[in-house]
Design a protein around this ligand. Sequence first.
Ligand SMILES: Nc1ncnc2c1ncn2[C@@H]1O[C@H](COP(=O)(O)OP(=O)(O)OP(=O)(O)O)[C@@H](O)[C@H]1O
Ligand SMILES: [Mg+2]
Length: 340
Amino acid sequence: MNETVTTSPAIGWTLPTGQPDIAGGRPGRSQADLDVWHVLVGKVAEIGNRQGWAKAEVARRIGIPDGTFSQWFSGKYDGRLDTQNSRVERWIASVEEMAGLAATIPVAPGFIHTRAAAEIINTLVFAQMLTDFVTITAAAGTGKTMACKQFAATRSNVHMVTVSPHTKTVHGMLMELATALDLTQHNPAKLVRSIGNRLARSENTLLIVDEAQNLIDAAVDQLRHFVDCYGCGLALVGNDEIYTRFARRTDGPSYAQIKRRIAKRVRLPKPPAEDIGKLLDAWKIEDPDARKFLTGIGMKDGALGQIDKTIKLAVMRSEGAPIDAGMLRKAWSNRDVEGL
Ligand SMILES: Nc1ncnc2c1ncn2[C@@H]1O[C@H](COP(=O)(O)OP(=O)(O)OP(=O)(O)O)[C@@H](O)[C@H]1O
Ligand SMILES: [Mg+2]
C-alpha cells in the first residue's frame, strides 16, 4: 500500500506515496485507523479535484490548520490519527450530504412580471426619471425585493442597499451606501460629500433603500439631503411602517421636511390572485387542487414567499414524483408556520 499515484491536471491532488507509521501500537494509530486513513485520503483528493479546491482551501473548510492537514494527507502526521480521521470523515459526510441535497433543491423560476412588480417598477421609473423621492410599501412576501433587484439589475445608474437593524444609523447606512457605490473613504467627515459626488455623477441616479423601515429618522433625513443637494432619485422600500411613519399625527416629530419632499407613495395590497396564478404557472403547477391549496397559502401573511417555500419543500420531499395537493399539504404542515 505504498504507491498509487493519481494526478489531476486541474488542481493537482496527488495521492500520497507514503503512509502513516503505525508501528509501536501508539493510541489512535491502529491498523483500523490506517485503513480508514487510506479511504479518506482518496475521498478528499477526489472532492478536491472535483471542486477545484487546493489543499489550503480544503484545510480551511475542514477547520484543521494548514500544516496539520498537509501532514495528515501526506501520511507524515505523528499525532493521533483517529482524531484527524474523524474530523475529515465528518467533513466528507457533510460535503456529500450537501451535494445530495443540492441536487434535490428545485430551481425557482426567475423574475416574473407580476402586477405588483409592474407597479413597483413604474414607481421606480418615475423616481429615476424625475429624480424624486418615493416610498413603496407592501406586506411581507409580496415581491418588493424581487422587483427592486430586477430593476437595479437591468437599469443603469440604479444603486440598491438593504438596511438592517445593524446599519440603521446614519453612519451604518452611509457605510452601506459607500460599499454599494464602490467607494473607499476612510475619513468619516468626507463620507457624505464623497457619496453625494458619486450620486451626482449621472443625471438620473436612483437610490433604492430596501427594508427602509429599519432606518432611524436621522438616517432618512440624511437621504433627503442627498435628494436635495445632489439631485438623485430615492425610493424607500419596506413594510407598512414607512407608510404610516411620516403620516399626519399630533404626537411625535412633525417630519414636515421629509413629508414635503415625498413625490409619490405607493402602498400595494396583498398580491392579487392574478399574481399568484402567474407564480404557479411559472412553477408549472397544473393540478387544480394543488393550485387551489397554494392560492390559499398565498393569501396568508408572507404571500408569494410562502408559496415559494412550500413548493420547494414539497419538491425536495417528493423524490422526483410529480407534485400534487397532498404533498403540498404535507410540506405546508411540515413547515409548521401556520399562525406565525
Ligand atoms: N416578481 C416575482 N417573480 C418571481 N418570484 C417572485 C416575484 N415576487 C415574489 N416572488 C416570490 O416571492 C418571494 C418573496 O418575494 P420578496 O422577497 O421580493 O418579497 P418582499 O415583498 O421583499 O418581502 P419582505 O417584506 O419580507 O422583504 C420571492 O423569494 C419569490 O419566491
Ligand atoms: Mg424584501
